[in-house]
Design a protein around this ligand. Structure first.
Ligand code: SF4
Length: 238
């Protein structure tokens, strides 16, 4: 293994049927994310450069994948934000070399890193956090995101021809129904074909958001009909 290969794995899901469409996949959650979304369930993965809580190294992950070729057919690099890692291209190359299809979960934080890995990818799950406007993106990511870079990443993804979906976590503290309409309109105009909205599950620190507030955002009949009409594939994930 190349000793310059620098990715830090925070944790691994060894068997997943929900993270990579039509694939039975292992998911490597990479350590580090520059954003601070209030609905984040992976806060332990946020700190860039932190020592992971698990003992998964890349070498251990590859050894695991070599043994699971008869069970798994895909590998997803998730996070955190995988595009933080300069070693991502090399890591994906090694995994592809084992015969696995490779997927990526990203918010599009670094378009230059995305363009490098896109030719190797089989699928991308692209998070759209908010309407694609400067202040809204900053607000939802704790002041950290540059929406121009997100837009650039999305454009690269669309141009690449790689299969992908966009998805939005519908946190009622941050998004309204009007925001979802706005996001959908932008994505549809850009040429996005698959869009999913995900019901927010309150994080442990959120004591005030009720289930009915979360449900209200994703179960609105008029909104759902609009989204169904706007995309070839649309679903609500609960
Ligand atoms: S981009 Fe993902 S990992 Fe990063 S803070 Fe937001 S939800 Fe958490």
């Amino acid at each position: 293994m190349d000793e310059n290969l620098t990715i830090t794995i925070g944790d691994v899901e060894q068997f997943s049927i929900v993270d990579f469409p039509n694939k039975i996949a292992a998911v490597a959650f990479l350590q580090g994310c520059p954003w601070r979304c209030p609905f984040c369930y992976n806060t332990s993965l946020q700190k860039i450069g932190a020592q992971p809580e698990s003992d998964w190294t890349f070498e251990k992950f590859i050894a695991f994948l070599k043994k699971r070729r008869n069970v798994l057919d895909g590998v997803v690099f998730s996070g955190g934000e995988p595009l933080v890692h300069d070693g991502l291209y090399q890591a994906i190359s090694v995994v592809k070399g084992l015969g696995y299809a490779v997927g990526l979960h990203t918010g599009g934080y670094r378009p230059e890193a995305l363009s490098k890995v896109l030719p190797l990818l089989d699928w991308v799950g692209f998070d759209i956090k908010a309407p694609l406007e400067k202040e809204r993106y900053k607000q939802i990511t704790g002041g950290m995101a540059d929406v121009q870079k997100v837009k650039e990443s999305l454009a690269l993804l669309i141009q690449s021809g790689v299969d992908f979906e966009c998805r939005t976590t519908c946190d009622p503290r941050m998004l309204s129904k009007e925001d979802i309409y706005l996001i959908a309109e932008t994505l549809q105009k850009a040429g996005v074909k698959k869009y999913f909205i995900q019901k927010y599950r309150p994080v442990p620190t959120d004591k005030s958001t009720t289930d009915s507030m979360c449900a209200d955002l994703v179960e609105d009949e008029k909104l759902r009909a609009y989204l169904k009409k706007s995309f070839e594939v649309f679903e609500v994930r609960k």
